[in-house]
Design a binder for this molecule. Sequence first.
Ligand code: PMP
Length: 407
Amino acid sequence: MAFDAHKIREDFPILSYRAEGGPLVYFDNAASAQKPAAVIDCEADFYRSKYSNIHRSAHELSRKATVAFEAARKTVGEFFGAPEGYSTVFTRGSTESLNIVAFCYGGKFLKAGDEIILSQMEHHANIVPWQEVARRTGAAIRVADILPDGSLDMDSLRSLVSARTKIISICHASNVLGTVNDIAEISKIARSSGALFNVDCAQSAPHCLDDLRAADCDFISVSAHKCFGPGGVGALIGRTGILNSMDIWMGGGDMIESVSWGGTTYRTAPEKFEAGTPNIAGAAAFARALEYLKSLDLEGAKLHEAALLKRLSEGIGQIRGLRILGVAERKTPIVSFACEGVHPNDISTMLDASGIAVRSGHHCAEPLMDRLGVKGSCRASLAFYNTIEEVDFFIEKLKKAIHFLRF
Ligand code: PMP
């Protein structure tokens, strides 16, 4: 049976929301995806029936919460294909995960003369921590370029790799261009130079799971909220041996083995990086979101998203004056576009008046905007619960908005 987006929409209560401008057309999924009732109920039920702090008490609720938290860890690790020898650390999301790698690995092991390779399509969360680590350690950042279609220039990447390269840290999918990078190939390049490979999977996590199994990554970062799960929780999945060799992230409860005035010893990963009370119900709801995804026809969802992306790209491509940023062959369902002489915020404001939610601005990727020669863009980003009818409605309203704003 074909994938039925209309039926799937019934799982997501907010999709029947009526915006001031009309029925909600939610095309801001790359910023944050909506949540199915299963996830909302899981989190509410957690607080109703099992909530307590974890790991610290002998009482029944604490046991229940601990079991659920650890089960969630297992679900998350398995979903993202973490093999034997990897640990799943719960974090606040991709930003925190990327910061842990930069500061706790880079801050400890990098030194002057070492190089960190990033790419032109990185989100600020995979730029700023490295800049700070480079400033503190004397290591240098090298930036792999992109090709005119928005794909990663693999020759540029290869040309930067040398014995000085200590880590390659690159997004799996760009939050602006939609480009899906060949992480299996990049992991080989990293291996050939002895560098570590850190992958920002914030955008790819719900879309390209098979790639993770094919690539040899040292770390991956994910955010639950982009995978139809709750906000404020995510994961860093990394090689346990490397995680154990790294500096601590935060000191506090739960991450220590023993504390005395004479000194403190730390637990191993994952707990080493989980000081303090985590988002316990959030972790359970994150796992529930992944279980929900597993219950779907994911192949059908992928084909549906591809059909939506094709229709959206063709529709936008036919509007005079619009420039699509990123037309790589392999993309997540994102179309960013700029219009000469028109501020992207004006476009999104006009779309909002019709109930359409898109994002506009620099999308936390200012270096990419500079590289593309634009100040900002509008971004329509889709999920499997979006429909062809919504795409057609969007194109109709976008045409009108551009016509109004340009002439
Ligand atoms: N990397 C990329 C590619 C992203 O798109 C985002 C979120 N926009 C992040 C990192 C940061 O994710 P979060 O805000 O969930 O920490």
